[in-house]
Design a protein around this ligand. Sequence first.
Ligand code: PAF
Length: 288
Amino acid sequence: MNSPHTDVAPRIIHAADELRRVVTAARRAGKTIGLVPTMGALHEGHLSLVDAARRDNDLTIVSIFVNPTQFGPNEDFANYPRTLESDLDLLAGRGAQLIFAPRTDQMYGPGHATHVEVDGPALRLEGAFRPGHFRGVATIVLKLFNLASPDRAYFGRKDYQQSLVIRRMVADLDLPIHVEICPTVREADGLALSSRNRYLSPEERPRARSISESLRLAARLVEQGTRDAATLIARMSDVLRAADLKLDYVALADPDTLEDVSVVDGPTVALIAARLGKTRLIDNEVIG
Ligand code: PAF
């Protein structure tokens, strides 16, 4: 829908009411809107979402907001990389037209007391290790949906559980938004791109590739006939422990409900959360 990359600096909007005005005008002009919600510290994974949004819509809005409510008290909110200048350069190069970068007090004003309570696929895995995380994600994503009023919203498959939670919210709350889940973008050695990869030390970085190796091993073993989930999980965990990663979870789950499977006899999602030093990484792959 969009013209090729123009490398024109995108317009930056900080205030919610200004975003609403622009979105209302775009709607009146019959334009379709694509939203790419991000927390900044952009990499090629985010930029692939921008490409998809530009392809499908007349106006692409990228939000950049490090959302405090999705971080636990001992997590990396204060240190989360904030790289607005380089993010804007990257987005200009990819032809994003509009950046919404609000301040925290604009998204959570004084007395803010309303949150989206999430259940079902939000309760397991990340939900168990990061209590309140998906409540924070769902709350900010709903607020961004309300402000940007997109036809389509774009998320990465790397955050598999997040994409299920958002799809669930959109269905349950009857939001007229199409949720597009785009493929994980990986480094040459298989490591899934993540803003948190920049925390890895030169010594940790090569060990991080064991995460995608472990997922590939699971896929290979299933292809070769191993179906027992406990055996597969043990083999995956061995790969991660050999690289000295600390495991939060290694799971084989139903791709829709995220309930554990005991036998891989159809499409199954393999999910990993592991820590290298202070860095916590997640990844997944649908296998079977
Ligand atoms: O995936 C992310 O970066 C965040 O969870 C999101 C969707 C932008 C909400 O803050």
